[in-house]
Design a protein around this ligand. Structure first.
Ligand code: FE2
Length: 241
C-alpha cells in the first residue's frame, strides 16, 4: 500500500469510529461475518416456518453478507464494525455507499432480527419490568403498542422494516424504513426516524410469503408469539447505560 492510500484509509477508518451518540452505548459491533441462527430453523414453528427460515437466513441474509464483503474490499474499509459504518455512510467512498447501505443494512438488520425472536415459551410471554413500564408510558398499554406497531408494519409500502426505537431524548417511538435502511442511518433516513433500534420486524415478502402469501397482517399477528422480550428489554437497558 502506498503512503497516500494508507493515509486515506486511516482517515476513513477513523471517521467511521465516530458513531452517533444515541447508538454508541447501546449497540454492539457486528462484523461482516454471518453467525449461525441462534435456534434451529424449525424452532419458531408454527408461527414462522422452517422453510422460510432456511431460505431467509441461508440465502437472503447470506447474500447480503457476501455482497457487503465485496463492497468493503472495494471501499478499502474494515469489516469489524458494520453498525458503526451504517451511522457514517456519508464518510465511505461515494461509489460504494449504495452497496454498503443495502448490504450492510441487510446484514445488520437480519443479525438483530434473529436475536429479537425466540421459540415460543422460552422467555417471558409479555414484556416485564422497565420495558413493560416504558411501553405503557409511551403507548398507553402493551395492546396499544402492538396495535400501533402492527399498523405501521402493515402500511409500510413494499419492502422494508418496522422498528421500535429509543430516541435521543430517551422516549420510545415506532417508525418504519424502506428496503434495508434502519434508524441508525444518519443522513440517509429522515432525522425523525433516527434512534436506537430495540425491536424490528422484517416485512419483505421473503420473510413471510411461503407461509402467509400476501397476508402480511397474519404474519405480523403470528410473529408476536416469537418475539424475544428478554432481548428487547436488554436493548432498552443498554440504551440507557
Ligand atoms: Fe429479510
Amino acid at each position: 500500500m502506498n503512503r497516500r492510500r494508507f493515509i486515506a484509509n486511516s482517515a476513513a477508518i477513523a471517521s467511521l469510529a465516530a458513531l452517533p451518540s444515541q447508538g454508541r452505548a447501546a449497540l454492539a459491533a457486528i462484523s461482516a461475518t454471518q453467525a449461525p441462527l441462534p435456534y434451529a430453523p424449525e424452532a419458531l414453528e408454527p408461527h414462522i416456518d422452517a422453510a422460510t427460515m432456511k431460505l431467509h437466513h441461508g440465502k437472503h441474509h447470506a447474500t447480503y453478507v457476501t455482497k457487503l464483503n465485496e463492497a468493503l474490499v472495494a471501499a478499502k474499509l474494515p469489516a469489524d464494525n458494520i453498525v458503526a459504518l451504517l451511522g457514517n455512510l456519508s464518510q465511505a467512498p461515494a461509489d460504494q455507499q449504495s452497496a454498503l447501505r443495502n448490504h450492510g443494512g441487510g446484514h445488520v438488520n437480519h443479525t438483530w432480527f434473529w436475536n429479537w425472536m425466540a421459540p415460543a415459551g422460552t422467555g417471558p410471554a409479555e414484556p416485564q419490568g422497565p420495558l413493560a413500564e416504558a411501553l405503557q408510558a409511551n403507548f398507553g398499554s402493551l395492546a396499544d403498542f402492538k396495535k400501533a406497531f402492527g399498523d405501521a408494519a402493515t402500511k409500510r409500502f413494499g419492502s422494508g422494516w418496522a422498528w421500535l426505537i429509543v430516541k435521543g431524548d430517551g422516549k420510545l417511538a415506532i417508525t418504519t424504513t424502506a428496503n434495508q435502511d434502519n434508524p441508525l442511518m444518519k443522513g440517509v433516513v429522515p432525522d425523525a426516524e433516527l434512534g436506537t433500534p430495540i425491536l424490528g420486524l422484517d416485512v419483505w415478502e421473503h420473510a413471510y410469503y411461503l407461509k402467509y402469501q400476501n397476508k402480511r397482517p397474519d404474519y405480523i399477528g403470528a410473529w408476536w408469539n416469537v418475539v424475544n422480550w428478554k432481548s428487547v428489554a436488554d436493548g432498552l437497558a443498554a440504551s440507557k447505560a
